[in-house]
Design a protein around this ligand. Sequence first.
Ligand code: AP5
Length: 219
Amino acid sequence: MNLILLGPPGAGKGTQAEAITKTRGLVQLSTGDMLRQAVKAGTPVGIEAGAIMEAGGLVPDEVVIKIIAERITAPDCVNGFILDGFPRTLKQAAALDVLLGDQNKKLDAVIELKVDDAALVDRISGRYMCADCGASYHDTNCQPKVAGVCDRCGSTQFVRRADDNAETVRNRLMAYYRETAPLIGYYFAKGKLKTVDGMAPIADVTKQVEGILAGIASP
Ligand code: AP5
């Protein structure tokens, strides 16, 4: 099963992708995570992407398309993947169509997470991650079971993303509405779009997503 999670920054794409990978054995492909790794490693891609990401803009299409083209042909993607943060422009969506066609793969669903803008700003400004395994938490909505200890790996070190600040969030939202929101119409026209209420609590959103996946016929 090959899926796209579509939604603005902070909509819960990463949170839901993590939940589905656990239940469905799919691979999560987050272009944001891949780019952050490249920035950390100081690769040429990371050097090009770092300043753009920190300002809340979009990394050039050619760069992310190349990353995804290489990644979806990896052996671990054979049973399916969840694209989290890709495609983000109509050009990326068209390139994905070609990539999937070349590999005789199909897109099963594009799941749009619908969330109010005010809630997005709150979610992003309250988000923090485990410094060791990357598990995502929130100051009020999603705290570790034991305060200060990561549920997943037991680490006590946490970090916040450099682009999770009020000014950058506004730029990220603008980039979303200008470049990414048109993909809702693109995938609706292709009969792939499914929309869930992303304002519901995390576990309820997961139930909505699972309901959609249960309705997708196996190949
Ligand atoms: P990326 O890492 O993809 O960031 P994003 O799209 O801005 O999305 P986020 O990771 O901020 O949010 P999310 O929807 O995953 O929400 P999450 O689950 O974490 O991209 C970063 C940058 O990289 C971009 O700005 C761009 O520069 C570049 N980039 C990446 N891909 C690119 C591409 N294809 N083309 C060009 N440039 C690209 O949840 C957020 C918080 O809310 C968490 O704390 C969580 O616990 C909480 N939460 C989640 N769900 C709920 C809920 N239902 N109720 C309450 N709280 C919730």
